[in-house]
Ligand binder design. Structure first.
Ligand code: NAD
Ligand code: UDP
Length: 314
């Protein structure tokens, strides 16, 4: 039986990975310090003989008994309000936490996958973003704590691959959404849903002309599984290229929820990327992967989750 460690496994994406790898017949060990994750995300796995949980901060030391085949390093605050609230922890988990997770991969001869991000492209000057693009990041801006931590994490991963011959995979995730997101994580999608369902004004930052491309979580998880099982060491974008402006997206959420909310405009945060769309030709070619859940369907499933899990709020 394969043994797989998921750091950040009690988070939004990490908990879906725990589910997927258990379904694939692996023994899954989840580590998390709950800085932004929640016990609820993994509560259904407690008691499963193939699942175990260790509460720890991966920036200190990661101790896991026995062999490991795969390490999926997902620990890191991920939404702008989270990493602005925890700037030092974000830098530490991207740098020191990645170092510890890579050290563990080397010791256990495990294959390591890094959850990197489209934020390594910053406010991109190339559109759509291809893996070859080096990005346009402000190191000292508010978002720098996240973007530069991930850029360092990528460099560290490549160094362990080249110098220590650790088998590594670099995944660049574009905006992903779905069940188990926190309604209060400040990201556009849960924020708009909560506002729409409560009849509050929808807060669009700037004039809303900035774009994003939203990928449903099940599609991402499939891409992660395929990348991990592939031979590709260089970065691979996984995301849904269906790009939409934030203003149009706010409108879409209003329609979908039959809400009477109005749209109001607030200041655009510093360094907010103006455009973002993944070029997924590489994933299509080498992983035979493409997203299959369209935004309306994905939003419907996410809405259902919020209604079920947070009835007091929505
Ligand atoms: P999340 O906040 O729900 O999950 C992150 C998890 O990591 C949380 O459970 C948190 O408690 C845990 N964590 C953070 N620091 C830790 C530490 N020092 N030790 C142990 N656990 C720690 O966020 P998410 O959206 O699930 O993101 C997961 C990963 O995917 C992150 O690395 C993020 O950068 C990356 N990512 C996500 C997206 C997205 O759209 N959701 C996009 C790009 C990249
Ligand atoms: N955004 C917005 N209103 C909100 C939250 C976010 O208009 O209440 C905007 C934000 O400025 C950005 C886009 O929506 O342009 C996506 O933001 P999110 O935090 O979801 O992700 P990221 O900026 O990291 O892609």
């Amino acid at each position: 039986m394969k043994r797989t460690l998921v750091t950040g496994g009690a988070g939004f994406l990490g908990s879906h990975l725990c589910d997927r790898f258990i379904q694939e017949g692996h023994e899954v060990i989840c580590v998390d310090n709950f800085i932004t994750g929640r016990p609820d995300n993994i509560a259904h796995l407690i008691g499963n003989p193939n699942f175990s949980f260790i509460e720890l901060d991966v920036t200190n030391y990661i101790y896991v008994e026995g062999p490991l085949d795969y390490i999926l390093h997902f620990a890191s605050p991920a939404s702008p309000i989270d990493y602005l609230k925890y700037p030092i922890q974000t830098l530490k988990v991207g740098a020191l936490g990645t170092h510890k997770a890579l050290g563990l991969a080397k010791a256990k001869k495990a294959r390591f996958l890094l959850a990197s991000t489209s934020e390594v492209y910053g406010d991109p000057l190339v559109h759509p973003q291809k893996e070859e693009y080096w990005g346009n990041v402000n190191p000292i801006g508010m978002r720098g704590v996240y973007d530069e931590a991930k850029r360092f994490a990528e460099a560290m991963t490549m160094a362990y691959n080249r110098y220590h011959k650790v088998e590594t995979r670099l995944l660049r995730i574009f905006n992903t959404y779905g069940p188990r997101m926190r309604l209060d994580d400040g990201r556009a999608l849960p924020t708009f849903m909560k506002q729409a369902l409560q009849g509050d004004p929808i807060t669009v930052f700037g004039d809303g002309s900035q774009t994003r491309s939203f990928c449903y979580v099940d599609d991402l998880v499939e891409g992660i599984y395929r990348l991990l099982m592939s031979d590709e060491t260089d970065p691979v974008n996984i995301g849904n290229p269906d790009e939409i402006s934030i203003l149009d997206f706010a409108q879409e959420v209003i329609e979908l929820t039959n809400s009477s909310s109005e749209i109001i405009f607030k200041d655009l945060p510093a360094d907010d990327p103006k455009i973002r769309q993944p070029d997924i030709s590489k994933a299509k070619e080498i992983l035979s992967w493409k997203p299959v859940v369209d935004r309306r369907e994905g939003l419907r499933r996410t809405l259902e989750y919020f209604r079920k899990e947070e009835p007091a709020v929505v």
